[in-house]
Design a protein around this ligand. Structure first.
Ligand code: ADP
Ligand code: MG
Length: 316
């Protein structure tokens, strides 16, 4: 693995998905027909799959990823519970547009003030998706709330009358302190979100080591906010560079897309957009790979031909 300190200048690689066959985006067909597969993905691994979405650095897209992958899983026919473990800066409820429906949180469940199913907020758009918040906004992590409490919570979700969900997604807080340790404790696998910049990569590298120390070996990464125009101009690291540095399997590549910000503000995750936004399709594909425990390949493709002439690309 290349050291993070050896990065000097980004190279001119960018990515292509491993299975690139799907209809052009211009068609007005429903989103499922735009996916690269016309079958239901095969759920791999033991359920419930407990997946922590983490990054180290804040603001790289963990919550956006949790919301969009969570709803994609529901759309693909799997049941999912998303736990907002970012206690101090809870905002998954906002991204999902569910903030007015959170009456109870895990803190009340643990205090015996309500039942677990009262704290679970069922999405009206996709009823097999539920949200669970640890505590009220701006509140501190309750005293004594740690990894054990989260393990208890996951066990309680497994033993629900209606059956265990297929996926439990945990939206992790930034940093590597108590909140991070708590959030990763019950997880068996991790999705590491990074952006192609040096600060995010250094944090991602550190977090990878901590996840491995905690026994989480199944770590896949999502490279978010990728701009191919900047990669071509050698102003941004390519996905291949990122993969070489972190040495992790690639779950998805999400382009920089203003629709993400628009959908965040509307509380309407972009995977639900019709027609689908580019980033929405990328999240949907990442969800597909998560289900099948598959990964994609970052490949080297040719440099953009320079304006000097057709043959200049070949070194002329
Ligand atoms: P985190 O949970 O890691 O702190 P968020 O998911 O809250 O990060 O995202 C931080 C900000 O970045 C949000 O305003 C979000 O809309 C924006 N963002 C995330 N991913 C993208 C993207 N692919 N394109 C454009 N904006 C994005
Ligand atoms: Mg967040």
């Amino acid at each position: 693995m290349m050291s993070l300190h050896t990065i000097t200048k980004p190279s001119t690689f960018h990515f292509l998905p491993k299975k690139p066959s799907r209809k052009p985006l211009k068609t007005l067909a429903p989103i499922h027909s735009l996916l690269q597969y016309n079958r239901k993905p095969q759920l791999s691994g033991e359920t419930p799959r407990v997946v922590v979405i983490t990054s180290g650095k804040g603001g790289v897209g963990k919550t956006t990823t949790t919301a969009n992958i969570g709803l994609s899983l529901a759309r693909l026919g799997f049941s999912a519970v998303a736990i907002d473990a970012d206690v101090g800066l809870r905002n998954l409820d906002l991204l999902l547009g569910l903030e007015n429906r959170v009456n109870y949180t895990v803190v009340e469940v643990l205090n015996g003030d309500c039942r677990l199913d009262q704290a679970l907020v069922r999405d009206k758009r996709w009823s097999n998706f539920e949200l669970l918040c640890i505590s009220k906004p701006r509140s501190k992590l309750p005293l004594g709330f740690g990894g054990k409490a989260l393990i208890w919570l996951v066990e309680a979700l497994k033993n629900r009358e209606e059956g265990a969900p297929d996926f439990i997604l945990i939206d992790c807080p930034a940093g590597i302190d108590a909140g991070f340790i708590t959030a990763i404790t019950p997880a068996n696998e991790a999705v590491l979100v990074t952006t192609p910049d040096i600060t995010s990569l250094r944090d991602a590298d550190r977090v990878t080591g901590l996840l491995e120390c905690d026994g989480i070996r199944d770590i896949k990464m999502i490279v978010n906010r990728v701009r191919t125009d900047m990669i071509r101009g050698e102003d941004m690291m390519s996905v291949l560079d990122v993969q070489e540095m972190l040495g992790l399997p690639l779950l998805g590549v999400i382009p920089e897309d203003s629709e993400v910000i628009r959908s965040t503000n509307r509380g309407y995750p972009l995977v639900l957009n019709k027609p689908p936004a580019l980033a929405g399709l990328a999240f949907e594909q990442a969800a597909w790979r998560l289900v099948e425990q598959d990964s994609m390949k970052a490949v080297m493709v040719e440099e953009e031909p320079k304006k000097r002439g057709f043959f200049s690309f070949f070194g002329g």
